[in-house]
Design a protein around this ligand. Structure first.
Ligand code: ZN
Length: 283
């Protein structure tokens, strides 16, 4: 599932290829591609120009030259793919859910094909109004760790007030957004914290160190273009990320811990799984 580094990689690609372009057509090919909370059908965006592409946590939105946003969530397997019709034959893709035709003002017939592809259909698009500077559907999502207004001290205190396991707190998008299963496991390993440790029993220093680790791990993943662990995540040009080569615990059950040589374990956690080293990460 795409987490912050993957969504940010997609956002950067969209910024490069979509800013300043006009949406001249929207073709919805699957009903689940539109979030039921969308204010209107996606084609109200036709005629608008894309001013920017923004992100909070795992949510993306296209800022338009209108007081509405086109919000996107990649869900489990959502992808944006860009095809410049001038230069290439666009191959058919059976999981295309929505297709946008973009045009550069003043460039005549030259158009770009922006596709939202989603094999598992948990991803969605929506038309949304703004509230406090962010689209309404994103307004309840907590700031992510790269947000300039992210308040580390406040978040550490919030984590410590939670009577829950630290991994559950890391995944809670209402506390801090953007972290999913892969980066939670990797960060906990690096910070030497057991995923089932009680958040309220960890010192402020330990949690603060964990947040620093999350920032470092996700920054490294961004440099590598994200993690294409299940091969469903690719950037807007269809290329995979390389961070899975740097994974220390996620998906490495029964392999040796690179730090202590112990055996990496996988346990069931919140309907998914946690990977950790029982020697380095004691409770
Ligand atoms: Zn270890």
């Amino acid at each position: 599932m795409p987490e912050l580094p993957e969504v940010e990689t997609v956002r950067r690609g969209l910024v490069k290829s979509c800013i300043g372009k006009k949406i001249i057509d929207v073709e919805v090919l699957h009903r689940r591609a539109t979030n039921p909370r969308s204010l209107s059908p996606l084609n109200v965006a036709v005629g608008s120009t894309i001013n920017n592409v923004s992100r909070r946590g795992k949510f993306l939105w296209f800022e338009l030259d209108r007081p509405i946003a086109l919000v996107a969530h990649l869900g489990m397997s959502g992808q944006f793919r860009i095809h410049d019709k001038q230069n290439e034959v666009v191959p058919a893709h059976k999981h295309v859910r929505t297709r946008f035709t973009l045009a550069q003002d003043g460039r005549g017939a030259r158009t770009t094909d922006l596709r939202f592809i989603d094999q598992r259909t948990f991803g969605w698009l929506a038309i949304c109004e703004y509230r406090d500077g962010v689209p309404e559907l994103v307004s309840k999502i907590a700031r992510d760790i790269f947000d300039p207004e992210f308040d580390s001290k406040k978040i550490v205190a919030k984590f410590r007030s939670k009577r829950t396991e630290i991994k559950r707190a890391l995944l809670d998008q209402n506390l801090m957004s953007g972290v999913g299963n892969i980066y939670a496991d990797e960060s906990l390993w690096r910070a030497k914290i057991h995923p089932q440790s009680q958040a309220s029993e960890l010192s402020a220093r330990k949690i603060s160190g964990l947040l620093d680790t999350v920032r470092v791990v996700m920054s490294q993943a961004l440099v590598e273009g994200g993690t294409s662990f299940d091969s469903l995540y690719v950037n807007i040009n269809g290329e995979s990320g390389y961070f899975e080569r740097s994974l220390e615990v996620y998906g490495r059950e029964h392999q040796h811990c690179s730090r202590c040589g112990g055996e990496i374990r996988r346990i069931a956690f919140a309907g998914r799984s946690s990977h950790f080293c029982p020697i380095c990460q004691r409770r």
